[in-house]
Design a protein around this ligand. Sequence first.
Ligand code: WT7
Length: 656
Amino acid sequence: MSDDIQSTLHETRVFPPADDFVRQANVSGMDAYRALVDEAERDHAAFWARLARENIAWRKPFTRTLDDANAPFYKWFEDGELNVSWNCLDRHLDTQGDKTALIFEADDGTVTKVSYRELHARVCQFANALKAKKIAKGDRVIIYLPMSIEAVVAMQACARIGAIHSVVFGGFSARSLHERIIDTQACAVITADAQYRGGREMPLKPVVDESLAAGDCESVHTVIVYQRASGETPWNDGRDIWWHDAIAGQPAVCEPEWVSAEHPLFILYTSGSTGKPKGVQHSSGGYLLGAIMSMRWVFDYKPADVFWCTADVGWVTGHTYVTYGPLAVGATEVVFEGVPTWPDAGRFWKMIQDHKVTTFYTAPTAIRSLIKLGGDLPKQYDLSSLRLLGSVGEPINPEAWIWYYKVVGGERCPIVDTWWQTETGMHMISPLPGAIPAKPGSCTLPLPGIDAAIVNEAGEEVHDQHGGFLVIKKPFPSQLRTIWGNPERFQKGYFPAEMHGYYLAGDSAHRDEDGYFWIMGRIDDVLKVSGHRLGTMEIESALVAHTHVAEAAVVGRPHDIKGESIVAFVVLKGARPAEAEAAKKLIAELREWVSKELGPIAKPDEIRFGENLPKTRSGKIMRRLLRAIAQGQEITQDVSTLENPAILDQLKEVVR
Ligand code: WT7
């Protein structure tokens, strides 16, 4: 095993859940957890079938649980029929129609509450508006909206009519949007005139216009625009329609489209090892089951909870734990448009106090930045409503964990450190809070029915305390079904031959003496910057698209708030700028360029110029060497194969 996957963490503190939490928990105590794990081990398919029958309202019950004839293209509950939106809305109307479904807090603090009955009516109306635009089952719809009630409505409305949504995060560029429109061959784009973040207004509709003007977007016949700001935006009469005009006169009831459990619910793009993002395709039945079970097991959902997941619907976390999971179990949830640091770093704590949030789920990067900006601020707010905290997106360092536990949770709330991925759709490895004792920095043990293991390059299991590749040995209902339009990439990337049919997650991990999993990081060229997944190749191709750039290599460097920062090594077509001023100007230009090409989240933190890049004889860029250089480490590796070792000195130079 390479040095990369040797563990360096030595955290030994253990935090068992408090007795009163255990007593009320959905999965109460280790024996209850083990009973579920054992049930799944005895008969994997029967375990999931039981849960699917008990937790999903089927229009037509399934008779076949798992079809693995064409593995890894698994099918779950395929002859069962359901509608995901019906499961999230209609089934609650008789029992709790007046319960608040969404508490929406806008960037400026305005609060809007929507009951299940109202949300149902809004989803139906918008679903009818989509149908009026001839959007039908199987059609792809791009959603490029800010966090809003409308974003949830748009996703649910697509699900209601069987259209496949693909949400594009509002921070992505026109080019990224364009790429996704073409790859999905979408027929419609749902957007807003603008979005607000931290008091600033940023245009959205003009970005859509720019993408559609870039060519090859003939598939798009409709653009629906939600008015979030002034409404002043360029207009294309035959194509564009305001949201309020589209729903005018539409009835507030809409018979759902009953679909097979295998019908695709959505496609969500994520970064991989190549320059092209992959469209992760999820199912309806299996995905919904994963969302529901993790709400119950991991978030210990109770009807009186006020649930708040801070993620944007542009990411999978916002799909599973904003749009689908909470509504499927009938929760009251907070939906937040703004940012954690505006108007000040007390925003999260004030919102928890104001809305009496019980369950709070956020990312380590947010926690670290809030510690830095005001580690004592939570003490100024009444956070006594909280009973459970969650973390997602990257490993949480023990220091941040302890702060979260003590200062936010008052040493009263368990923390669920949830390991999962866009591809898995639901939590895979996480404490069940009323059962599994936590260790800061470890995501602990797999969920029942999730057969996680650590293997070496040959797919053989490695034993405790050895690092290796994280795999999931058995299929599970919420896993991705394929990569949209690229089944080969799906098969090769996630089920490579040497892994014996195991799902290869792309992370390295090790297990400690208690069998707890510790995630060590990605094994591919994927970075985690502020919890966002970025492919180094995507950033490299964006850089190379600039007229002055001949070649580029991008690596990550540990960063105390963002987790990782982006360092780019660039070879120019001409000579390197001799003057510091000229170099600085070019660096600024290249950073802006990447921001424009991919989106601000992909902007390199640092750019260095060299006359060449360190490569092996076969021409492969020596990334490990570049990572060491980026971190300012002594170079201990063999560099004798380098054609021109002098370039290493150039690449060590940082322009200041
Ligand atoms: C990658 C997946 C999980 C939904 C949001 C991100 C890393 C995620 C954890 C965690 C350590 C984590 C992994 C994984 N990751 N959660 N609790 N501890 N690492 O989804 O963008 O698909 O990223 O995020 O590296 O592979 P994603």
